[in-house]
Ligand binder design. Structure first.
Ligand SMILES: Nc1ncnc2c1ncn2[C@@H]1O[C@H](COP(=O)(O)OP(=O)(O)OP(=O)(O)O)[C@@H](O)[C@H]1O
Ligand SMILES: [Mg+2]
Length: 511
């Protein structure tokens, strides 16, 4: 058989409905070998669903799948893997109490035979893992428990795992959502290498700059439909956005209408008991201010805000709110002092998967809806939920739908709504727009600015420079657990942030 086929993959007329939603409506996708094919669209457009069909996790209601021109059918991911397709999932599910190499080779451990008996060959597994990680220049120890890895390392591990199958098609569903700029650059080197080896990569991301840098072709989806496919050199950010949202979006950041006033919260000399933890962190947060926190992964930003929220111990330091020193030993204390935290890892610490959108929204605020008998006023709760679902444009069939059925970005919006309902004085957001589409990002920024305008203090950790620069009044930069500088909005730029973010680091040879 020597028929030359232009496409390694063709998906034709794919349709898929879930109760209450038509997730995919007659979608087509054609991918050439040795190319990076970006798949773009707003939250809930159907990107992950299409990829799950390709990977054998869902079956399509109708449509066809062709690999190298041959019709195929996958009933489960195993079959897809065997046919040369691997996938990095948007929501990662590593097994926390197993180590890196066990997660990597799960279900396919190397075996050693002794006559009729076979055992897991740990030495080989270690060697294979080490070779793979070294080859990809990832500094991860194969024997670390995955539960002890940072989100960014877990994401890197998943990349390595996908590469380890030697697939001809690799699906990457938001692979960089938790990676820093230098880790993204590293991933791009890996992608370039795979591409030159003839591998096709289907790349999903909400980050425009990435797409224009890495993709050869871009397919855009809107409301479960295929809008079109273009060569990436025919596209600009604005063209992509207007085709994604179906209208022009002229500004990426809302106008800043807030004005910082007097000090609301003061943090003085916070120090973690851990040797590598944050040290002697001091800053003030004003009423009406959006304080950005920048830095690289490992800078201890998440650890710092978790300590402020009472999730971690501190060894020294104090927090002063409205001129009173307060003790925050737990999130309950934090909530009493009207501090709210939207965590970075929403799956581990935020979402109750089988509970409804409604219950996930009100859960942090139940007391507010209870009368003196402890009975919940469901009508009022429902009103608030409806209001927030429409304000944040959460895409869900009904508020009774279990949250796990929502697209990744829409789950994030529900969590944001949850914390907004608690009416916090200090709202801390750890990477709030991770995995959120451009349109919805704008709504989230607008909300943050609105809260600040009403005199609240907002702290936003972000690894995205444009966003830090776009909406912060001041930017605090951390490096290796210490504050390396605080920049005013007027003086801040990418270079200064980068310089502060690496200020205390040992110079390392870059790869
Ligand atoms: N298992 C499921 N059960 C019910 N509805 C689902 C399920 N999976 C996805 N959906 C719905 O299908 C639609 C498409 O979701 P999908 O996850 O494919 O979006 P997406 O384009 O990947 O969005 P995001 O950018 O937020 O990840 C959404 O309306 C979502 O709520
Ligand atoms: Mg998705």
């Amino acid at each position: 058989m020597s028929i030359q086929n232009d496409y390694v993959l063709e998906m034709r007329n794919i349709t898929k409905a879930f109760p209450g939603v038509k997730a995919l409506d007659d979608v087509m996708l054609r991918v050439r070998p040795g190319t990076v094919h970006a798949l773009m669209g707003e939250n809930g457009a159907g990107k992950s669903t299409l990829m799950k069909i390709l990977f054998g996790m869902y079956s399509a209601d109708s449509g066809e799948l062709l690999l190298n021109g041959q019709p195929v059918r996958f009933d489960n991911p195993r079959q897809a893997l065997d046919a040369g397709i691997s996938m990095i999932h948007q929501e990662l599910h590593p097994i926390p109490h197993r180590n890196v190499m066990e997660n990597m080779w799960l279900g396919r451990y190397p075996q050693r035979r002794f006559g009729p008996l076979s055992f897991v060959d740990h030495a080989k597994m270690y060697a294979d893992t080490k070779r793979l990680l070294d080859d990809l220049q990832m500094e991860i120890d194969p024997e670390t428990r995955v539960g002890d890895l940072s989100v960014s390392h877990i994401q890197s591990m998943e990349v390595a795992k996908a590469v380890s199958y030697n697939s001809k098609i690799i699906i990457m569903d938001e692979p960089t959502s938790s990676l820093t700029e230098s880790e993204v650059a590293h991933l791009f080197r890996i992608i370039n290498r795979l591409r030159s080896q003839g591998v096709a990569i289907i790349y999903i991301s909400h980050k425009m700059e990435e797409i224009l840098k890495i993709a050869d072709e871009v397919s855009i989806m809107r409301d479960g439909k295929h809008v079109g496919t273009w060569a990436s050199n025919e596209l600009t950010t604005n063209l992509i956005i207007s085709r994604m949202v179906g209208r022009d979006l002229t500004n990426l950041y809302p106008e800043k209408t807030n004005t910082p006033a007097d000090v609301l919260m003061q943090v003085e000399g916070l120090t973690s008991p851990l040797p590598k933890g944050f040290k002697n962190v001091s800053f003030a947060l004003r009423r009406g201010e959006i304080l950005g926190i920048g830095g690289l992964v490992g800078a201890q930003r998440t650890e710092l805000v978790e300590a402020i929220f009472g999730l971690r111990l501190m060894e020294a330091g104090r927090i002063v709110i409205n001129d009173h020193a307060v003790t925050i030993g737990s999130p309950v204390d934090a909530k009493r002092h009207k501090i709210a935290l939207l965590t970075e890892d929403r799956r581990a610490t935020g979402i109750f998967p089988i509970m409804s959108v409604h219950d996930n929204t009100i859960i942090a605020n139940l007391r507010h809806y209870a009368n003196w008998l402890g009975l919940i006023d469901y009508a009022e709760a429902r009103k608030d939920v409806d209001e927030n679902v429409s304000r944040l444009r959460v895409k869900t069939p009904t508020v009774r739908t279990p949250i796990r059925d929502l697209s990744g970005g829409n789950q994030q919006k529900v969590l944001l709504a949850r914390w907004l309902l608690t009416e916090p004085e200090v709202l801390i957001l750890d990477e709030p727009t991770r995995g959120i589409d451009v349109g919805a990002k704008y709504e989230i920024y607008a909300l943050m600015i609105e809260l600040a305008r009403r005199g609240k203090g907002v702290i936003m950790i972000s690894s995205e420079m444009p966003e830090l620069l776009g909406i912060s009044d001041r930017i605090l930069v951390m490096c290796e657990g210490r504050v390396s500088g605080i920049l005013d909005r007027q003086e801040a730029d990418q270079e200064k942030i980068m310089q502060l973010a690496t200020q205390f680091m040992e110079p390392v040879a870059s790869s």
